[in-house]
Write a protein that binds this ligand. Structure first.
Ligand code: FES
Length: 208
């Protein structure tokens, strides 16, 4: 019981140390948000502790240019956010016959993302960046025609571990060891430029 009495003692606050710890924590968060050198910008809330708890996370889409990808952590998973250009979107219609699950019938995504662009809003792609084969991180290979990935490459993602290939909607190509498309987390938008990962409050749009 005497221990409890000791716990009740309010320590004197060292104000300078407290400010230092706050600054150090903020710095760690900023570094943690920057994960990849692919054309990349990240803007990010909330705190490290909120992320660790899996709370919804907000992304400022105005910081991501068309054609760029930003990566974030949510529930200990890497999340890819791509601002797709009209050209990137147009490429999705070119290769349905080369995909394992073109309609995303066997794959894991919210109902509002079970459409050709696999998105609530076609210009914004949100994926869980974990290969559905054995869990490596697929790399962005957005340049169409990159023969080092495959002939007639439309742009997408390439997994360096065993060679799975995914298009710009995260749909897996035939011949890949992965059997299903990249997963899509729940998400929603607040206005034009705020993406909220982890909360899907908006009605489905454009569901085929
Ligand atoms: S983990 Fe990606 S292809 Fe095997």
């Amino acid at each position: 019981m005497s221990d409890h009495a000791a716990d009740d003692t309010v320590p004197e606050v060292d104000e300078s140390r407290r400010k230092f710890l706050i600054a150090a924590t903020a710095g760690t968060g900023a570094v943690g948000a920057v994960l990849t050198a692919v054309p990349f910008v990240a803007s990010w809330k909330p705190s490290e502790s909120a992320r660790a708890a899996g709370l919804p996370s907000e992304v400022d889409l105005s910081k991501i240019e068309p054609g760029q990808m930003a990566t974030f952590f949510w529930r200990k998973q890497q999340i890819y956010v791509v601002k797709r250009t009209p050209e990137m979107l147009a490429s999705l219609a070119s290769h349905d016959g080369e995909l394992k699950d073109a309609k995303s019938e066997e794959s894991d995504q919210p109902a509002y993302a079970r459409n050709e662009s696999r998105a609530l809003r076609p210009d914004v792609l949100v994926l869980i960046g974990t290969c559905t084969h054995l869990g490596c991180l697929p790399k962005p290979r957005f340049m169409p025609g990159d023969a080092s990935v495959m002939a007639n490459w439309p742009g997408g993602f390439f997994c360096p571990c065993h060679g799975s290939k995914f298009d710009l909607a995260g749909r897996v190509f035939q011949g890949s060891p992965a059997s299903v498309n990249l997963k899509i987390p729940p998400y929603s938008f607040e206005g034009d430029n705020k993406l909220v990962i982890g909360v899907d409050t908006q009605p489905a749009k454009g569901v085929a």
